[in-house]
Design a protein around this ligand. Structure first.
Ligand SMILES: Nc1ncnc2c1ncn2[C@@H]1O[C@H](COP(=O)(O)OP(=O)(O)OP(=O)(O)O)[C@@H](O)[C@H]1O
Length: 306
């Protein structure tokens, strides 16, 4: 028998800004031209009451962006973050929408659920594609009607929630495959932002590395080492499949194993790059924008086709 009980906290970042242990959301390092454009987009989107869909690979900083959107809005309620892939299967509806007292054996008091906790604020749903289809329908109804009916309750409760959702999969494809609700997709499509993978905004890599180094050195009370030119080159050449989170972990590790003076390539413990990957990195660097990248792609296709 499952030991799960409804409404247990899964992931809530309501207090994260105040937590001294959390380095999340202290700052957004956005230096690359693509990131700067994104920042402008966010500044325009944030104060509007539109829902937002943040698309990006794992570890790119989608949650941080969502927090930034909440900060830039005038919503006085909480930022509540929930990972849809972590929601309990047995109690998904109660987790999200809450339950009335006595709805389950042992539930003496009622609970607001994640949706209700974000009343007046922002609900951040990470990996929204993992939300079961029946709940997607209920979510849309709650957003559109501005009310939720808790599990076991007779009457709906009014709620005012702004939804910021994130996905690392192509939701349009999920809609075509019948795995994602088409109307919820349309609802989210109004405010869509794409967070590019770290390898596509190379000018962010070193500033982020320095930022993380500074934060971890301070947190661990260690001297702040320099990043040697060779280590800088290694950081810039690596394609970062795990994006900013992988970079953060890599820098943290390097700080711990370095002698405190200078980070060297071996401290970063990066896997050696195959030749084609090195070439790809160089080419990406050569192409300053999407247009040039497309041009290079075409040129290569022509050359390889003989
Ligand atoms: N631009 C940035 N500036 C500073 N820190 C960043 C930036 N982007 C990401 N980070 C940091 O990188 C880590 C990963 O970011 P985050 O958790 O927001 O990624 P995510 O895309 O939501 O990941 P997932 O897809 O796994 O949910 C966090 O510690 C975050 O604070």
């Amino acid at each position: 028998m499952s030991k799960e009980t409804p409404g247990q906290p899964l992931l809530t970042f309501a207090d994260a800004d105040r937590s001294p242990l959390s380095i999340r959301a202290r700052a957004l390092v956005f230096v690359d031209p693509r990131s700067r454009r994104l920042r402008e987009e966010i500044e325009q989107l944030a104060p509007r009451s539109l829902p937002v869909l943040v698309e990006g690979e794992t570890g790119t900083g989608k949650e941080l962006l969502a927090r930034q959107i909440h900060r830039g809005s005038d919503r006085s309620g909480l930022f509540v973050g929930v990972s849809c892939s972590a929601i309990s299967k047995n109690f998904a509806e109660a987790e999200l929408f809450g339950h009335a007292a006595g709805a389950y054996s042992g539930s003496v008091s009622s609970r607001a659920g994640w949706f209700g906790s974000a009343n007046g604020g922002t609900l951040y749903l990470d990996e929204i594609g993992d939300l079961p289809l029946p709940l997607q329908v209920k979510l849309l109804a709650a957003l559109e009607n501005r009310e939720v009916t808790r599990v076991g309750a007779q009457q709906p409760t009014p709620v005012d929630v702004r939804l910021v959702a994130a996905t690392s999969i192509d939701l349009a494809k999920a809609v075509s495959a019948g795995k994602f609700n088409a109307r919820l997709y349309q609802y989210l499509d109004e405010g869509r932002v794409e967070l590019p993978p770290l390898r596509e905004r190379p000018a962010d890599i070193l500033p982020l590395a320095e930022y993380f180094l500074g934060i971890y050195a301070q947190r661990l009370d260690l001297p702040l080492p320099l990043i040697s030119p060779a280590a800088q080159a290694a950081l810039e050449a690596y394609p970062w499949p795990g994006n900013t989170r992988e970079l953060e972990n890599g820098v943290h590790f390097a700080l711990l194993v370095s002698d405190g003076d200078e980070i060297q390539p071996q401290h970063l413990n990066l896997p050696p790059l195959p030749g084609y990957a090195q070439l790809a990195v160089q080419l990406r660097r050569l192409a300053a924008n999407d247009e040039e990248r497309d041009h290079l792609r075409q040129l290569f296709a022509e050359v390889l086709a003989g």
